[in-house]
Structures are given as C-alpha cells and as structure tokens.
Design a protein around this ligand. Structure first.
Ligand SMILES: [Zn+2]
Ligand SMILES: [Zn+2]
Length: 113
C-alpha cells in the first residue's frame, strides 16, 4: 500500500467514524414518564418572556412548538435549559425524545448534574 493509498483509506475511515457518531447522537430516546413528571410546571404570571422576544424587546412568550402565545394564566412547562413550552405540546414530543427540541439539551443528563 502506497502512502497516498494509506492516507485515502484513513480519511475514509475517519469520515465513516464521524458519520456513525452523528447517527448515534441523533438516535431518539424517549424521556421516561418519571422524568417528565420532574419537569417544572408553573403558571405564566405575565412575567415570562422568551429569549427571542426579549432580544427583540417584546414582552411575549411563545411556545416554540406550536408558535402560539403562552397566555397569562396558562400553565407552562420549563425544561432545565430554560426553554418554555405548552405542556400539551412538549409532553407528546418527550415521549419520543429526551432532548430539548430547541437547544438539544440532554434532559436526563441535566437532571443528573
Ligand atoms: Zn404549544
Ligand atoms: Zn432548550
């Protein structure tokens, strides 16, 4: 095997390895119901504003999943990263994914820390 062959093969192996890791990372895992129970739920007292709207100088909070406004008095579910959702929107999603849909935070890991 010539040095150039060797370089080509090792580059290919590295690429395959990276692809495998990416696939592994993307693998969906459900969040256990016990873990879902631990997530913070609170009422929107009118004082919560999501990052994007805060930057824009706005005063509203929208659920990133349905894009609907989270109205004052409505219950909000907060992930450990601080992202807020309607419980009805995020809970079905968490039955298949254990990461925040916005920042990909590993929720299980966040609770262990
Ligand atoms: Zn929603
Ligand atoms: Zn998040």
């Amino acid at each position: 095997m010539s040095p150039s062959d060797y370089r080509r093969i090792s580059a290919w192996l590295l690429r395959e390895e990276q692809r495998g890791e990416a696939l592994l990372r993307e693998k969906k895992r459900p969040l256990s119901p016990q873990m879902a129970e631990k997530l913070a739920r609170f009422k929107n007292a009118g004082n919560i504003v999501d990052d994007v709207y805060a930057i824009l100088g706005g005063k509203e909070c929208r659920c990133p999943i349905c894009r609907d406004k989270i109205a004052v008095g409505e219950t909000v579910l907060g992930l450990p990263c601080g992202h807020l959702f309607h419980p009805d929107c995020i809970l079905p999603y968490l039955k298949e994914n254990d990461r925040c849909p916005l920042c990909r935070l590993d929720i299980v890991l966040a609770f262990e820390l």
